[in-house]
Design a protein around this ligand. Structure first.
Ligand code: URA
Length: 438
């Protein structure tokens, strides 16, 4: 690989030629990739040109070398962080996004309680998928923005930080992601892989565990797509010297019993207190074991740190270090509406996408960039697939500050659950983890 171009000078390429190369199913050269990513970051390549190229990439793909070069160019668009001065080994986790996916909240303090520091740069909600920062901001006083120095000091002292990525990290991705979001080009495997891995490699973590979601509530709807995405990202991380593994995990029904902001924080605290829904506990422990192993700690059982309260202690210190009050009551929405079972039987289907869109429309997510979210909005489930329910029993409760939002949320739930009179309850629900790659 040659190094990306340095400094200013006459433009080396012509955007329409780069677009036509990919449109005509050709490989992009290293020089074309370096130039187009850099020139887009500098506003030399126009958004309409980049969106045409993103669509050509979505339709015609990129090979592994092109993806690696594209990732490299996105990393080179900004700063790189360095945690090598810390006295702890580091490991991070990244999820490709799902409904009710609050795992980062119990996971970061749990892994820190086992002796591995977690520098978790997180994002806000995107479409129907919730954002870790939006969830944590429902805790009174909690602050998502830390300077690099404050982040490093907290990592050294507490061992866990969850905060917003600074604007200097992979700025090309920030611009390109916002463009993809509004041009129907989010679901391209090369673009998702390079987007995630550019941020994670630039962040400088020593080890990385990827949670690649598959199912209706995920960007990847099919297992073969999820496997290709996972393999691509593991290869990118490994080539960059980051110990990287991926778990492919189920996202056809929501994780746990909550989707929203404060309701997900409350459920995470239950997990840290030794309780919580079985699927959330299973995935938290599976990811913790992978992170500890990837960071070289093979002899520690994270289940003990969850059971004996050490993870809870780190959570409380982590929240307090960022101005939050771990004892403050969480905000509650002003209005609620209970959705009941239309008949008695087994709940055989509860669609992650339907629940995610309902939570979004209730005010847990944004309909326009920069909008504020409602801390108390969301969905609390009273039954999961496989559960027996009685006719008229509560299936879920919808929460919002604005009752006018209930109708649109209910539309999202139309066809999103099925109660079958003759079906039998599953005795043991299937594991959330489908496959391990790496
Ligand atoms: N998350 C990211 O950071 N980027 C993507 O492209 C998709 C999910």
């Amino acid at each position: 690989m040659t190094e990306p171009p340095q400094g200013d000078g006459p433009e080396k390429h012509f955007a329409p030629d780069v677009i036509a190369t990919k449109r005509d199913h050709q490989r992009l050269s290293d020089e074309q990739i370096d130039w187009v990513v850099d020139a887009y970051t500098r506003d030399v390549v126009a958004p309409e040109q980049m969106s045409a190229l993103a669509m050509a990439i979505l339709l015609n793909g990129m090979d592994r070398e092109e993806i690696a070069r594209w990732t490299h160019a996105m990393i080179a668009s900004g700063e790189r962080m360095d945690f090598s001065g810390l006295s702890w080994p580091t490991a991070d986790k990244h999820s490709t996004g799902g409904v009710g996916d609050k795992i980062t909240l119990p996971l970061a303090p749990l892994v820190a309680a086992c002796g591995v520091a977690v520098p978790q740069l997180s994002g806000r909600g995107l479409g129907h998928t919730g954002g870790t920062l939006d969830k944590l901001e429902s805790i009174p006083g909690w602050n998502a923005s830390l300077s690099n120095e404050a982040m490093m000091a907290q990592l050294d002292d507490v061992g866990a930080v969850i905060c917003a990525a600074g604007s200097g990290l992979a700025p090309a991705d920030k611009k390109l992601y916002a463009l993809r979001d509004v041009t129907g080009t989010v679901e391209a495997i090369p673009l998702i892989a390079s987007s995630i891995m550019s941020k994670k490699i630039a962040e400088g973590t020593g080890a990385l565990v990827l949670d690649v979601k598959v199912g209706s509530g995920a960007f990847m709807k099919r297992e073969d797509q999820a496997r290709e995405l996972a393999e691509t990202m593991v290869e990118l991380g490994t080539d960059a010297g980051v110990t990287t593994v991926a778990l492919i995990t189920a996202m056809s029904t929501p994780l746990g019993l909550t989707a929203g902001n404060a309701v997900e924080v409350a459920e995470s605290v239950e997990v840290l207190a030794g309780g919580g829904p079985a699927d959330v506990v299973e995935l938290t422990l599976a990811l913790a074991r992978e992170m500890l192993t990837a960071a070289g700690k093979t002899d520690i059982d994270p289940a003990e740190a969850l059971a004996d309260g050490r993870a809870m202690d780190v959570w409380r210190r982590m929240i307090a270090a960022q101005g939050g009050d771990p004892d403050a009551p969480l905000p509650e929405a002003r209005e609620s509406h209970v959705v009941t079972a239309p008949s008695g039987g087994t709940l055989t289907h509860l669609d992650a996408l339907g629940v995610g869109v309902a939570a979004w429309r209730l005010g847990a997510g944004r309909s326009r960039p920069g909008e504020s979210v409602q801390a108390g909005a969301g969905v609390v489930l009273h039954a999961k697939p496989g559960d027996l329910v009685q006719d008229g029993a509560p299936l879920m409760t919808l929460h919002t500050d604005e009752p006018a939002r209930f109708d649109r949320a209910m539309e999202a739930l139309d066809g999103a659950f099925t109660v079958e009179p003759d079906a039998r309850a599953e005795s043991s629900p299937a594991s959330v983890v489908i496959e391990r790659i790496g």
